[in-house]
Design a protein around this ligand. Structure first.
Ligand SMILES: Cc1cc2nc3c(=O)[nH]c(=O)nc-3n(C[C@H](O)[C@H](O)[C@H](O)COP(=O)(O)O)c2cc1C
Length: 195
C-alpha cells in the first residue's frame, strides 16, 4: 500500500514537472523561422526621394498584403538642401515628430516599416507613425535605405517608439535604391524570414 502511494505521489510530481516545463517554455523569438507565415501583412514606408518606395514595392510584390506610404501633413521641400539641412535637421535636433496623415495598423500582425536613414536614425514621420499607433502583439520588420551610413541603430530606435512590438534586428539594408544584386539579396532576406 505504502509503495502504491509513493508511486502515485511520484507520478503526480512528474506530471507537475512536465506541465511546468511546457508552460514555462520561452516565447519563440520573432526571428525563428516560420514565425511570420500566414499573418496579415502591411508594408508601410516613408520616402522622400523614391529609394525607400522602390524597396517597399519590391517587398510588397513578394509578401502580398497591403502597402502604404507614410505621409507628413506638411510635405518636405523638394529641394534637397532645404530638406536635409533645414526642416529635417531642425526636427532631428528638437525631437519633433511631425503630424502625419492618418494611418491605422490595427488589422495587421506583421508590419514591414521602411525608412531612409536621416541624420543617423529613421526619418521623423516614421517616428510619428511608430509612436502614434498601437503595436502590442505585432511584429515590425524594418528596412532601411541610406547614403553610406548603413542602418545605424534604427531597429532599436524603432523598438523604443513602438511600445509592445517585437522588432526584428535584421533589417534589409540598401545603399540608395540598391543595385544589380538587390533583388537577390531581398529574396534571400525574405526567405530567411520564411516568406
Ligand atoms: C534629411 C536627410 C538626412 C540624411 N541622413 C543620412 C544619414 O544620416 N546617413 C546616411 O547614410 N544617409 C543619409 N541620407 C541619405 C538617405 O538616407 C538616402 O539617400 C536614402 O536612400 C533616401 O531614401 P528616399 O529616396 O526613400 O528618401 C539623408 C538624406 C536626407 C534627405
Amino acid at each position: 500500500m505504502k509503495n502504491i502511494i509513493l508511486l502515485l505521489l511520484s507520478l503526480i510530481i512528474i506530471g507537475f514537472g512536465f506541465a511546468y516545463a511546457v508552460g514555462s517554455n520561452p516565447e519563440p523569438d520573432v526571428t525563428q523561422k516560420g514565425e511570420l507565415m500566414d499573418k496579415k501583412v502591411l508594408v508601410a514606408y516613408f520616402s522622400w526621394g523614391g529609394n525607400t518606395k522602390s524597396i517597399a514595392e519590391k517587398i510588397h510584390a513578394q509578401t502580398g498584403g497591403d502597402i502604404f506610404r507614410i505621409e507628413p501633413v506638411t510635405p518636405y521641400p523638394s529641394d534637397y538642401n532645404e530638406t536635409a539641412y533645414g526642416v529635417a535637421k531642425e526636427q532631428k535636433d528638437k525631437g519633433i515628430h511631425p503630424p502625419i496623415k492618418n494611418t491605422d495598423v490595427s488589422s495587421y500582425d506583421v508590419i514591414f516599416v521602411g525608412t531612409p536613414a536621416w541624420w543617423y536614425t529613421m526619418a521623423p514621420p516614421v517616428m510619428t507613425f511608430l509612436s502614434e499607433n498601437k503595436f502590442e502583439g505585432k511584429t515590425i520588420v524594418p528596412f532601411v535605405t541610406h547614403g553610406g551610413g548603413g542602418s545605424y541603430s534604427i531597429p532599436a530606435d524603432m523598438e523604443k517608439l513602438a511600445k509592445g512590438a517585437k522588432v526584428l534586428k535584421t533589417p534589409f539594408v540598401v545603399y540608395g535604391k540598391g543595385g544589380a544584386g538587390t533583388d537577390n539579396d531581398l529574396k534571400n532576406w525574405l526567405k530567411d524570414l520564411k516568406y
